[in-house]
Design a protein around this ligand. Structure first.
Ligand SMILES: Cc1ncc(COP(=O)(O)O)c(C=O)c1O
Length: 427
């Protein structure tokens, strides 16, 4: 643990004064209590805050619609026909992929369904899907529905579990499982950062093990993109999907995203659920010709419908902030901010509190999952909220706390720590 942290308020204030990313906070709307006081918002793992520029970006497109009508598809400040294209460079930087390998579209589970159509290819005895025991329910429902659609029983879902008495997944156990049963596994599907424990899996290592076993591999990046460094292309990951309302700050139900490795993106023969927006733009409007579907090269060829421009506008505003801040700098601050939270959590409550999330920064993002032993996590979350601190409770015994480097401060983390000490002391 970093010895340079301190429980003194003045230390947290000084750290904020030194923060080269302090300007970012002013670029966000901060939720306030009814009296107007800003809340300490440590809940970006659930819904990221609103970039101030989002409202103007949406307004620009509303005005373009009002002023230009249908012409705004090709005229105006950001022609709608290609609105998503400039988002691919910044999204690619966050995913560690080329601009042709990422696209903003749909929502996470919808994208997972589209990916499973292409990348779940049961053949002979290789029919299973490997997932973690505590996978996010939506993922499990999607995977099970693809098995059912192909007449395969639910026992083809093979789960990777933590060891008895443990709550984190060990890479060596996933590797061993793949070495042992890989010949029966068609697809490996795992959450990159686990929504409950906050564990960041060793994605490169797992992707390599999956490849050695002849399996395709995809990751759920809901809690990873915009939070942890990713190099999907270099790691050889086959595909990934994400939502944009958490660390990408693109608003409730925001347009999600999808990554497909270039080696697949360049293969027009891959089967997929097609729509006109994934078709070659040269023939997209040649509706009379009844021509066959020609996929756009890259992941763009998995698009189905024309995108919701008003919903993409906040994502554009948010990605501009990531570009200005630079992800390496954000990650540096994130590690320090979360390290500070961990330091403060080592003080209060004695045995009452624990941290489920791995200690090593390389194995986590900004979220720490605080385990409340002996019950009372929900009540504690409520009491924190009464003191102006927003975190979230997950059944049965965890409070998720996520200081986000774009908008949270060291002083906010200090306030969380001090409030926790007071609440625990009050019993
Ligand atoms: C890990 C994870 N996977 C999947 C989802 C589902 O996302 P969506 O509603 O965008 O399909 C969520 C939503 O919070 C999530 O946290």
């Amino acid at each position: 643990m970093n010895q340079s942290y301190s429980v003194e308020e003045s230390w947290a204030r000084a750290e904020d004064a030194r923060d080269p990313l302090a300007w970012c906070r002013d670029a966000f709307e901060l939720p306030r209590a009814p009296a107007g006081v800003p809340l300490v918002y440590l809940c970006g793992n659930s819904l990221g805050l609103m970039p101030k520029a989002a409202a103007a970006r949406v307004q620009t497109e509303l005005e373009a619609w009002g002023r230009l009508g249908v012409e705004a598809h090709f005229e105006g400040p950001h022609p709608w026909y290609s609105y998503g294209a400039p988002l691919c460079e910044p999204l690619g930087r966050l995913a560690g992929a080329g601009p042709d390998e990422v696209v903003a579209m749909n929502s996470l589970t919808v994208n997972l369904h589209l990916m499973l159509v292409t990348f779940y290819r049961p053949e002979g005895t290789r029919r299973k899907i490997l997932l973690e025991e505590s996978a996010f329910p939506s993922d499990r429902y999607a995977l099970a529905s693809h098995l059912a659609a192909r007449g395969i029983g639910p026992d083809a879902l093979l789960v990777a579990k933590p060891r008895p008495g443990e709550r984190l997944l060990r890479s060596e156990d996933v590797e061993a499982l793949l070495a042992r049963e890989g010949r029966e596994i068609a697809l490996v599907w795992l959450g990159a950062v686990h929504y409950y424990t906050g564990q960041l899996l060793e994605l490169e290592r797992i992707a390599a093990a999956a490849r050695r076993a002849g399996c395709l591999v995809g990751f759920d990046l809901a809690h990873a993109i915009g939070n942890v460094p990713l190099a999907l292309h270099d790691w050889g990951v086959d595909f990934a999907v994400w939502c944009s309302y958490k660390y990408l700050n693109a608003g409730p139900g925001a347009v999600g995203g999808c990554y497909v490795h270039r080696r697949h993106g360049r293969d027009p023969a891959l089967s997929r659920f097609a729509g006109w927006w994934g078709n070659d733009p040269a023939t997209r409007f040649a509706m009379q010709s009844q021509a066959d579907f020609i996929p756009v090269p890259g992941v763009a060829g998995w698009q189905v419908s024309n995108p919701p421009i008003l919903a993409l506008a906040p994502l554009a505003a948010s990605l501009e902030l990531f570009e200005r801040a630079g992800f390496a700098e954000l990650r540096r601050k994130s590690e320090r901010l979360t390290g500070y939270l961990e330091f403060l959590l080592s003080e209060p409550g004695g045995d009452r509190l624990g941290v489920l999330t791995p200690r090593r920064p390389a194995e986590r993002g900004c979220q720490l999952s605080v385990l409340v032993r002996g019950g009372g996590a929900e009540a504690l979350t409520r009491r924190l909220r009464e003191h102006g601190i927003v975190t979230d409770y997950r059944e049965p015994d965890v409070i998720r706390v996520a200081p986000v480097p774009l908008y949270n401060t060291f002083h906010e983390v200090w306030r969380f720590g001090r409030t926790l000490v007071e609440l625990l002391a009050a019993g």
